[in-house]
Design a protein around this ligand. Structure first.
Ligand SMILES: NC(=O)c1ccc[n+]([C@@H]2O[C@H](COP(=O)([O-])OP(=O)(O)OC[C@H]3O[C@@H](n4cnc5c(N)ncnc54)[C@H](O)[C@@H]3O)[C@@H](O)[C@H]2O)c1
Length: 340
């Protein structure tokens, strides 16, 4: 019998990456496909030629198939119900972002995972790229010093159609979790407060606010400034955002696509020997050889289960990125700085 008996819950567009990943693993078997629209589960099983139970109810699927690992790839509004049912029935859970649609629900899921002694890890695929791994290394090791000011610019104009065009706060709720999580990942720092101004610029095709400026403060007085728009036509940034990190002795930058670089202040002695040049340029090495995106994050989640440790995106970590999103939303609504 396979080590991992997987129930895939939510058979929509994103589930394909998850299913394809598990089909590549010899230690895994999909034993159930579940969707409230049962025909979607059946169609997905047929698409991949998977023989398994087809259900519209999570609890029944887990109980009847003996699943021990659940992929929660449902819509955000269903994550709390699906993941809590799976944890209560003794399963580990790998789930899509965002954890839940409120901080209160997220805290309850974290408490449940801890009480049941189960793994609940969340998909943060944008941590899994050679460039962001190299950027994190450059920030930590190139000598730019103590981080004082972090900037991320995110300007894109996707015309999705569908639920994002109609929802409140599409940028902050559906996308910013990625960039906020990336900020925590590259700096290793968690902010303690946020001030956010959210707005809907001229020409926006979204009903809700599709742009935001957030000022996050760190306990040491440093700042992470996020400027984002999802209705910005022309000259787009990368989906990974465009980054500048100022340290006490230099600056690291990443355009979100190519290899990051840093410029590090030379000591007086080094400057004397460098013909007047004040900085040393550091080219980041793209040495991380894991798989990118969803595959990389799932590799890490499975490796953690096999090795009996917590994955990088374990829920106790991920809730800190969630807190940045919900803190920003609260700040924008109330027009004041919010403690995280
Ligand atoms: N990590 C990323 O880059 C990324 C990108 C896109 C979407 N997502 C996330 O992936 C998740 C799924 O998105 P999607 O685009 O596949 O959505 P989707 O609407 O295409 O699919 C979701 C499926 O879940 C089913 N579902 C809803 N509630 C259910 C329940 N209680 N039990 C069983 N099935 C249920 C729906 O019927 C639907 O088939 C969302 O959380 C979304 O935010 C992540």
């Amino acid at each position: 019998m396979s080590t991992f008996r997987i129930a895939v819950i939510g058979c929509g567009s994103m589930s394909k990456a998850w299913i394809e990943h598990s089909l590549q693993r010899e230690d895994s078997q999909i034993v159930a496909m579940v969707d409230i629209r049962k025909e979607s589960a059946a169609a997905m099983a047929e698409r991949y030629g998977i023989r398994c139970g087809i259900y519209d109810d999570v609890r029944q699927a887990i109980t009847e198939t003996g699943a021990n690992l659940v992929f929660d790839v449902t819509i955000p509004e269903s994550h709390f119900a699906v993941t809590s049912a799976a944890l209560e029935l003794g399963c580990d859970v790998f789930g899509e972002k965002p954890m839940t649609t409120s901080m209160e629900q997220a805290r309850r899921l974290v408490a449940l995972a801890e009480r049941e002694g189960r793994t609940y890890a969340v998909m943060q695929n944008r941590r899994y790229l050679p460039q962001i791994r190299a950027f994190r290394d450059v920030i930590a090791h190139s000598g730019i010093g103590e981080i004082g000011f972090v900037n991320a610019d995110f300007f894109l104009g996707p015309h999705f159609g569908g639920f994002r065009d109609a929802m409140d706060s599409p940028l902050l709720l559906d996308m910013a979790i990625h960039t906020f999580d990336q900020a925590r990942f590259i700096t290793g720092k968690d902010p303690v407060s946020v001030y956010c101004h959210e707005f809907n610029p001229a020409g926006s095709w979204y009903a809700g606010n599709a742009a935001a400026i957030c000022i996050f403060e760190y306990a040491d007085g440093g700042v992470f400034c996020y400027r984002g728009s999802w209705c910005a036509e022309g000259s787009p940034t990368s989906w990974e955002a465009q980054w500048r990190v100022n340290g006490s002795r230099g600056t690291a930058i990443w355009d979100g696509a190519t290899a990051p670089i840093a410029e590090v202040l030379l000591t007086a002695e080094e400057q004397a020997g460098a013909g007047g040049s004040r900085f040393r340029r550091v080219e980041a090495e793209l040495s991380w050889n894991g798989r990118s995106g969803h595959a990389g994050c799932l590799d890490e989640m499975f490796a953690a289960l096999v090795e009996g440790r917590r994955p990088e995106t374990y829920c106790t970590d991920n809730i800190k990125s969630m807190a940045m999103v919900y803190g920003a939303l609260e700040s924008a609504k109330e027009g004041r700085k919010v403690k995280l």
